[in-house]
Design a protein around this ligand. Structure first.
Ligand code: NAD
Length: 454
């Protein structure tokens, strides 16, 4: 499998794809390893995770460089992503024992009732490329602490980062028969679906997620899906500082080149401040430094996948054909690398693909609204349900609207944000189940109830 640098289009590595036989023997060893791993105390398992965090800290620059080389993510954003691993390790250090401890619910003289949390066994973690470290460690660190072994299949567009994490997990004391990173694309993914696993934890597109859920349904094992979104942001007329709102909204839309599951994908603005907002927004977007992702100054690098250039171009053409106005960007940047100009489109309507299909790139549609109820109607008009944001100086007004939206995450005066303290989950076509927080660790255990009569 060839690994191509999206900034230069050069082949940077060639890897041997995991064969069917190798997959079988990896799974046999993970099944064997899991038994001993589950016998260890939570404290012992946590020690390995904490050591992993220390290795990550020591090697943060190397890890960031690999991520940038492989996906085109601007170096500063790669560094930010790795630092998130520390944050998860610390959160687990503080909470994992508490979350996994047996719970006694009734302790009367004649009856004891309690719950023990047992690991699922060997789980598959099939992952995406857009935040490959992040979407990986949000799953496998929690699964490992809970006593599972993990078959990790990173995206074919982020395999080097996956291999790097495998190296540091092993160095930190996680046995090789407890964590294995396999190499391949959807074909290998398909073989994993056909294999005997105790849970499937997937991050990626809605289409693949649905296919996975259908394919493994007959096994009756847990399936968790973290899928795409078309996340709306509404700028109310009472924002205290329109320019600042525009700067924050633009960052939410263009960070990681718009390739974030929770990126702002469509913006609604009150007609009272629309023109001022759009001016400030376009000024901000035009100030972004585009180019070499290895430079710490770059904010917009290349797209990770070449085929997305066409998707974005089609969304621009579709919007313009339906009456939108192009205020910035709109096309591929010719030359080496998969670069697309940061694109701002106004006068948008909901029948445009840019307002109803996941863009996953540096493009944003802005639509004027005349009331909160119109904004609510448009924000709700989607098959997705990952996040939604409202900027306003009035918390009650913002929450009044956010409370009515069918989304896993609601943001007031912020957006494009993930925290280990609260669950990360999507609704409808954005997925099933949660990572992070208590729910994120409970996803990797099964409760066993005890009724005891002393
Ligand atoms: P994708 O669906 O193309 O691929 C995801 C993974 O599935 C890859 O590892 C791929 O090899 C594998 N795969 C492909 N076909 C398969 C098959 N038949 N069986 C098993 N596995 C198969 O998605 P992507 O392009 O890697 O990721 C982008 C998508 O992920 C976007 O839609 C984005 O919104 C979403 N995403 C969601 C979250 C979240 O937390 N909700 C986080 C990151 C990304």
């Amino acid at each position: 499998m060839q690994i191509i640098n999206p900034a230069t289009e050069e082949i940077i590595s060639e890897l041997q794809v995991t064969s069917k036989d190798e997959l079988r023997s990896v799974l046999d060893s993970l099944r064997e390893g899991q038994k001993a791993w589950a016998q260890k105390s939570i404290e012992e398992r946590l020690e390995c995770i904490i050591r992993f965090g220390e290795f990550i800290q020591l090697n943060v620059n190397e890890l960031a460089e690999i991520l940038t080389l492989e996906t085109g993510k601007p170096l500063q954003q790669s560094l930010n992503e790795i630092k998130g691993a520390q944050n998860r390790v610390e959160h687990l250090r503080q909470n994992a024992e508490k979350w996994l401890a047996p719970e006694t619910l009734v302790d009367s003289g004649s009856t004891h009732e309690k719950i023990m949390y047992e690991p699922l066994g060997v789980i598959a973690n099939i992952s995406a490329w857009n935040f490959p470290y992040n979407v990986g460690y949000n799953v496998f660190l929690y699964a490992l602490v809970a006593g599972n072994s993990v078959l990790y299949k990173p995206s074919e567009f982020a395999t080097l980062t996956g291999k790097q994490f495998e190296k540091y997990l092993w160095q930190a004391g996680i046995p090789e028969n407890v964590f294995q990173c396999v190499v391949g694309d959807g074909k290998l993914g398909q073989q994993i679906l056909e294999a005997d696993l105790n849970g499937y934890f997937f991050t990626g597109s809605h289409g693949t997620g649905l296919h996975i859920a259908k394919t493994v349904a007959h096994k009756l094992v847990p399936v968790q899906l973290e899928l795409g979104g078309k996340d709306p942001l509404y700028i109310m007329d009472d924002v205290p500082d329109v320019k600042q709102a525009a700067i924050n909204a633009a960052e939410g839309a263009f960070y990681n080149n718009g390739q974030s599951c929770c990126a702002v994908e469509r913006i609604y603005v009150s007609e009272k401040i629309h023109d001022e907002f759009v001016d400030a927004f376009v000024t901000e977007v035009k100030s972004y430094k585009i180019g070499d992702p290895t430079s710490l100054e770059t904010f917009v690098g290349p797209l990770t996948r070449k085929q997305q250039l066409k998707v974005l171009e089609n969304q621009v053409t579709d919007a313009l054909n339906k009456g939108a106005i192009l205020l910035s960007g709109g096309k591929e940047i010719k030359g080496k690398g998969y670069y697309f100009e940061p694109t701002v489109i106004t006068n948008c309507k909901h029948e445009m693909a840019v307002m109803n299909e996941e863009s996953f790139g540096p493009i944003i549609g802005i639509q004027k609204v005349s009331s909160d109820s119109e904004a609510l109607r448009l924000m709700s008009d989607t098959e997705y349900g990952l996040t939604a944001a409202v900027f306003s100086s009035d918390e009650q007004r913002a929450l009044g609207l956010l409370n009515q939206l069918n989304v896993g995450t609601a943001y007031w005066n912020c957006c494009d944000r993930v925290s280990p303290n609260v669950p990360w989950s999507g609704r409808n076509n954005s997925g099933l189940g949660s990572t992070l927080s208590t729910q994120g660790i409970r996803a990797f255990v099964q409760p066993k109830s005890y009724h005891l009569r002393p």
